[in-house]
Design a protein. Structure first.
Length: 491
């Protein structure tokens, strides 16, 4: 009986949680002992068993722990089994169990923005650094910078991307010195965009149009003198990259236009909107640019704003931060009177498909192509050039043709295809003031609409002078250089 009592007492003490934990420390395979302790409710045993099972990649023991709703085990098992029918349930179990890594990953499995934000907040509020950075980025993506700012402040020391965004936001709030410090810190850690911003800040400073120095781009090459205006730190970086890309673009070196160094306007100088006057495209009130246009003798202007659909309107090009350099080149051609070669909307087709001054299109006429003078001009520029259908007028009852069988930059801006005859037409158009709409017309319209009659009259007079033969610059020696042998300059 005494022996039986000793055995019973020994068996009972073998299931004691503290004894099981001690025995597990000495065991070569501790999992069974830790499991008994875990079933007894020991969180310490569960954590140790999760660590052991993860190390030896034991699906069996992790599954056993999942039956106890252990979130850490669910997360470890999720990573171990990969894409499995149970993986979504495991991730959710881990997220609900407050595993911050799981909460962040679970957040990005849902398309519901409210749920995503909730789970990112839960991960961030646990002090999980990647979750905090992700939440900051999420708020920025939603257009809620005030909510993003405190999280970027938390993560700026650890992530170059956060340091960069924090610096940008401080700049927008007028804290310029602190902003530069954070941008420089991000740049020193290898952040490419931060390094670009750092170089731009050393090159440009915000100014007002009244402070723009007087300087003319007038020369024998400058048949269009283009000013580029930026409205913020982000847009001056964009503007600088566009101008640099143009300077390096060998395709356009024979085009006689000049693009000035960008001007960074002080905050709120321009009033812009992505749906300007209900037109569903980017636009701005250009009146504040009048002084700069006059002092620099610009004929055309480019405004880079934050957001909106790219377009050209009476001598002003509007671009946003998402527009590639290829869009810039496409819109530059519109400055010279070229028309898009993709299918225009019904109203645009009605307007453009009856325009006989279009340099890159001809249309079906009663007997032959119309205008025949345009077709003859193509033959003069490039003898034997063929014609091919263009998509421009597809939404009308008119058929259009173009002088190239390729998908040109006027049909798809990113094709990069600018055939030689288009370059010849471009040069030709720039020698014809009547084929262009300078910025003067846009300024006239804006001042007139605002009831500023004196200013409106001034810009209308400049527009009329631009169109007058005496106001046209006709220098052909520069624009004849580097032409292919089969391309002529038409007179």
């Amino acid at each position: 009986m005494a022996l039986l009592a000793i055995l019973l007492i020994g068996a009972d003490s073998g299931r004691d949680t503290s004894q099981l934990l001690r025995n597990a420390e000495e065991a070569q395979v501790p999992a069974p002992l830790l499991w008994l302790a875990a079933k007894n409710g020991s969180t310490r045993a569960q954590s140790r068993l999760v660590a052991y099972a993860s190390r030896v990649e034991s699906v069996y023991w992790l599954n056993k722990l999942v039956t106890l709703d252990n979130a850490e085990a669910a997360w470890a098992l999720y990573h171990l089994i990969g894409d499995d029918s149970k993986s979504d349930r495991l991730m959710q179990l881990a997220a609900v169990g407050n595993v911050p890594e799981a909460q962040m990953e679970y957040a990005f499995t849902t398309e519901d923005p409210e749920k995503r934000e909730t789970w990112l907040q839960r991960a961030a509020n646990q002090g999980y650094l990647p979750g905090q950075a992700a939440l900051a980025d999420w708020y920025l993506l939603k257009g809620e910078p005030d909510k993003a700012l405190p999280w970027f402040r938390v993560t700026a020391n650890d992530y170059p991307q956060s340091a960069f965004q924090y610096g940008r936001m401080l700049w927008d709030r007028g804290k310029r010195d602190a902003a530069i410090n954070w941008i420089n810190k991000s740049a020193s850690q290898g952040h490419v965009m931060a390094d670009k911003v750092k170089r731009v800040l050393a090159k440009y400073q915000p100014t007002s149009p009244d402070r723009v120095s007087k300087m003319s781009l007038q020369s024998s090459r400058c048949l269009q003198r283009i000013g580029v205006f930026a409205t913020s730190l982000s847009t001056i970086v964009k503007a600088d990259s566009l101008v640099q890309a143009y300077k390096n673009d060998r395709r356009l070196q024979s085009i006689p236009l000049c693009i000035d160094k960008p001007i960074w306007l002080k905050q709120n100088t321009l009033s812009c909107a992505p749906d300007w006057q209900g037109a569903e495209r980017l636009g701005c009130d250009v009146r504040p640019l009048a002084k700069a246009v006059e002092r620099r003798n610009y004929t055309h202007a480019v405004i880079v704003a934050e957001q909106g659909k790219a377009n050209v309107n009476n001598g002003v090009m509007f671009l946003d931060l998402t527009d590639a350099y290829s869009v810039f080149v496409h819109e530059l051609a519109h400055f010279a009177g070229f028309v898009d070669e993709y299918a225009l909307g019904a109203q645009a087709a009605e307007r453009n498909c009856k325009d006989t001054s279009v340099p890159n299109l001809i249309f079906d006429g009663k007997i032959t192509y119309a205008p025949l003078s345009t077709y003859d001009n193509w033959q003069q520029l490039q003898p034997g050039v063929g014609i091919w259908p263009a998509q421009t007028c597809a939404r009308s009852d008119i058929t259009a043709y173009k002088p190239s069988g390729r998908v040109t930059f006027l049909e798809h801006h990113d094709s990069g295809e600018i055939p030689p005859i288009y370059l010849a037409l471009w040069r030709q158009q720039l020698r014809r003031p009547e084929a262009q709409r300078p910025v003067y017309m846009n300024l006239f319209q804006r001042f007139q609409k605002a009831g500023q009659t004196e200013q409106a009259g001034k810009w209308l007079a400049k527009y009329e002078t631009f169109l007058a033969p005496s106001g046209a610059v006709k220098r052909e020696e520069d624009i004849s250089n580097s032409l292919p042998a089969n391309i002529k300059v038409a007179h």
